[in-house]
Design a protein around this ligand. Structure first.
Ligand code: ADP
Length: 590
C-alpha cells in the first residue's frame, strides 16, 4: 500500500507535520513553564525583601501570638504574593515543621516538608525550584535558633500552569489534526500533480511496448515532468523511425528471401528450423513447420558445426533430393560471438548437371559419328594406296564410291551440326517473313520425287487451294518439311506411300506427313527428337541419316512458336504433325 508514490507523499507530509508540531509544542510548553517559574521567583524576590524579612522577624519577637501575627503580616501582602486558590502562604513551627497558620488551613494536613522547608528549618532561605516537582515553593526562616523560631513560606500547586499547559496541549493537538488534514489534502493534490503525468507516461510506455506509436504523451506543464514527457516523446519518435527502418530492411530481406532463386534454411543450435523460404521447400519437395528439425529436412545428411572449421568457413555438399541435384552450402550462423546454429543455402544444379551430361553425350556422339566415316575413308584409301595397280578398276571405282559417300555423309553431318549450332545461337533470325507452306510442300515433294521413285514409294500431296501463310523463315521451314518427308520416304517400304495434307484451324496451319512405312516402336517414340537418337542405327546409316533431322525440325518449329508431334504404329506407318501459327495475311505474294 505504501509502495505508491501517492501514499509515500501523504506519509511524509504527515510525519513532517507531526514532527514540527511536536517540536513546537515541546518548545512552547517548556517556555511557558520557565516563564511561570521565573515569574514566581521574581514575585517572591519582590515580596521577601530584606526589610520585609526584618519586619517579620521584629513582629515575631514582639508578638504575643507570633504565628497569628506573622500570618496577619503575610495576609497584608497576599495581593503581592498572588495568593489564590492555587497559591497559599503558611507559618510553620521551625522545630517540628507543624502548620500553625496560613491562608489555607487545609495545608495543615496536606503540606509535606519540602526540601526548601527543611532548608529553612535549618535557618537558611529555601528557594530552589525543581521543574518536575508538583509545586513551586519558597521558605524563609524567621528567628530560627535552637529550640525556637518559625518558617514562613509560599507554596504554589502549579495547577494554573498545568491547566494552561493542558489547554496549550489540546490546542496543539487540534492544530496537529487540522494540519494532518491539510497535509493529507495537500499531499493528495501534490501526489496527483506528480503521479498523473507519470501514470500517463506509463500508459504511453505500455502502448509503445505494444507497438502503438500513434499518440504522443500530452504535456501539461513545462516543469521537470513536462521536460521528461517531451524527452519521452522525442525518444518514441526516434524509436518509431528506427523501427520503421528496421521493418523496411526486414521487409526487403523478406522479399529477397522469399523470391530468391536459391533455397535458404536457418537452423538454431537445437536443430530447429528458424527460417525457410518457399524455394527451399520447392527444391526439397516437402513442406515444414515450426516443429520440424534438421533430421526432417536432411534425413541422411549428417554434418556437425565442427566440420565447418573454426574460422566460420562454409562447406559444400552435393545432395540428391526430390529427384533434383542440389549443391548445399552450410555455414555457421553467428549471433554476437556465440554460434547460433547453421545456415544452409540450396542451389538447384539439376539443369546444369543435365546440360553437362547432354554436352558430354553430344561430344561423345559427334566423335563417334565422325569416327565411323573417317575410319572407312582411311581404310579404303590405304587399301587403294597399298594395292596400287594390283586392284582392278571396278573394285577401285567401288572403293572410291564408298570414300565419296562417307565424305558426303561427313559433310551432311557437319552441315547438320552447324545448323543446330546456328539454331542454338541465332534465335529466329529473319523470322518476320510470311511463308507460303503450300509452295514449300510442292517444292519438297517434287525434289524428293526421284528419290521416292528409287525407293518404290509414291508421294501424294492433298492441299487446300487456300492455305494461310505462316510467320517465319522460308529456308528453315523448307528444311523441316524436307527432313520429315525424307524420313517418310527413307523409312518406308517398297510400294509404300507418303501422304502430305495441310489444313488451317484455330489460327494455326497444320501439315501432316503420313507414311506407310515400318513405324516406330512405342518405347522409342519419346526419344526420337533427341540429337543422334536413332531407332535402327544400321538402317539410318545405310540411308545416309545423321540422327539429327528430327532434332533440327523440332528446334526450328519451336522457334517459330509451333509444335511437332509424331504418331506411329510399328509395321503400319508413321504420321508427323507440324503446327505453326498463322502470320499476318498480306495480299501481295511474299
Ligand atoms: P535420321 O537421320 O537417322 O533419319 P532423324 O532425327 O531424322 O534421324 O530421325 C531419328 C530416328 O527416328 C530415325 O533414325 C528413325 O529411326 C526414326 N524415324 C524418323 N522418321 C521416321 C519415320 N517416318 N518412320 C520410321 N522411323 C522414323
Amino acid at each position: 500500500m505504501f509502495r505508491s508514490l501517492h501514499m509515500k507523499l501523504v506519509l511524509i507530509m504527515v510525519i513532517v507535520m507531526v514532527s514540527v508540531m511536536a517540536v513546537v509544542g515541546t518548545f512552547l510548553i517548556n517556555s511557558v513553564t520557565t516563564y511561570h517559574i521565573d515569574n514566581f521567583l521574581s514575585q517572591m524576590t519582590m515580596v521577601f525583601t530584606p526589610q520585609f524579612i526584618s519586619t517579620l522577624q521584629d513582629t515575631e519577637k514582639q508578638a504575643q501570638n507570633p504565628p497569628a501575627e506573622l500570618s496577619a503580616v503575610m495576609e497584608a501582602y497576599s495581593g503581592l504574593i498572588g495568593v489564590d486558590e492555587y497559591r497559599a502562604f503558611y507559618i510553620l513551627d521551625a522545630q517540628t515543621g507543624r502548620y500553625l497558620a496560613g491562608s489555607d488551613d487545609s495545608l495543615a494536613d496536606s503540606l509535606t516538608l519540602t526540601p526548601n522547608i527543611l532548608k529553612a528549618m535549618k535557618g537558611e532561605v529555601g528557594e530552589d525550584i525543581e521543574r518536575l516537582n508538583e509545586y513551586f515553593d519558597v521558605a524563609v526562616p524567621i528567628n530560627v535558633d535552637e529550640g525556637s523560631g518559625y518558617v514562613v513560606g509560599v507554596i504554589d500547586t502549579k495547577q494554573e500552569l498545568t491547566d494552561f499547559n493542558w489547554n496549550l496541549f489540546t490546542i496543539l493537538i487540534r492544530v496537529i489534526l487540522f494540519g494532518i488534514f491539510v497535509a493529507v489534502l495537500l499531499s493528495v493534490f501534490l501526489a496527483k500533480t506528480i503521479t498523473t503525468p507519470i501514470e500517463r507516461l506509463t500508459d504511453q510506455a505500455t502502448r509503445l511496448s505494444e507497438g502503438d506509436f500513434s499518440q504522443p504523451a500530452e504535456i501539461y506543464a513545462q516543469d521537470e515532468i513536462g521536460i521528461l514527457t517531451q524527452t519521452f516523446n522525442d525518444m518514441a519518435n526516434t524509436l518509431q523511425d528506427n523501427m520503421q527502418t528496421i521493418e523496411d530492411e526486414r521487409s526487403k530481406l523478406n522479399t529477397l528471401f522469399t523470391h530468391m532463386a536459391d533455397g535458404v534454411i536457418a537452423f538454431d543450435r537445437a536443430g530447429r528450423i528458424m527460417h525457410i523460404n518457399p524455394e527451399a521447400e520447392k527444391m526439397l519437395g516437402k513442406t515444414f513447420d515450426d516443429t520440424s528439425v534438421y533430421g526432417d529436412v536432411f534425413p541422411d545428411l549428417v554434418i556437425s558445426e565442427d566440420d565447418m572449421a573454426a574460422d566460420g568457413k562454409y562447406i559444400e555438399i552435393d545432395y540428391m533430393a526430390n529427384k533434383r541435384s542440389l549443391k548445399i552450402f552450410f555455414a555457421p550462423l553467428k549471433t554476437g560471438e556465440v554460434s547460433g546454429g547453421i545456415m544452409a543455402v540450396l542451389h538447384d544444379i539439376t539443369q546444369q548437371k543435365r546440360l553437362d551430361d547432354a554436352r558430354k553425350e553430344f561430344v561423345a556422339n559427334v566423335s563417334h559419328e565422325l569416327r565411323t566415316p573417317l575410319t572407312n575413308i582411311k581404310g579404303y584409301s590405304e587399301t587403294l594406296i597399298d594395292a596400287q595397280d594390283d586392284i582392278d578398276p571396278e573394285t577401285r571405282n567401288n572403293f572410291l564410291g564408298i570414300i565419296y559417300n562417307e565424305a558426303d555423309r561427313m559433310t551432311r553431318l557437319v552441315k547438320d551440326l552447324l545448323t543446330l549450332t546456328k539454331l542454338d545461337h541465332d534465335r529466329m533470325e529473319g523470322a518476320e517473313q510470311n511463308v507460303d507452306l503450300r509452295a514449300i510442300i510442292d517444292s519438297v515433294a517434287s525434289s524428293m520425287a526421284i528419290e521416292a521413285r528409287n525407293q518404290g514409294v509414291v508421294i501424294e500431296s492433298d492441299l487446300p487451294s487456300e492455305l494461310p501463310r505462316v510467320k517465319g523463315e522460308h529456308d528453315r521451314l523448307q528444311q523441316v518439311v524436307m527432313n520429315i518427308v525424307s524420313n517418310a520416304v527413307k523409312y518406308n517400304v517398297r510400294g509404300g506411300k507418303v501422304g502430305i495434307t495441310a489444313s488451317a484451324e484455330d489460327g494455326q496451319v497444320c501439315v501432316a506427313v503420313a507414311d506407310t512405312g515400318m513405324g516406330i516402336p512405342a518405347e522409342d517414340l519419346p526419344r526420337i527428337f533427341e540429337r543422334f537418337y536413332r531407332v535402327d542405327k544400321a538402317r539410318s546409316r545405310e540411308k545416309g541419316g545423321t540422327g539429327l533431322g528430327l532434332a533440327i525440325a523440332k528446334e526450328i518449329i519451336e522457334f517459330h512458336g509451333g509444335t511437332i508431334d509424331v504418331e506411329s504404329r510399328e509395321g503400319r506407318g508413321t504420321t508427323v504433325y507440324m503446327r505453326l501459327p498463322v502470320g499476318e495475311q498480306v495480299k501481295a505474294d511474299a
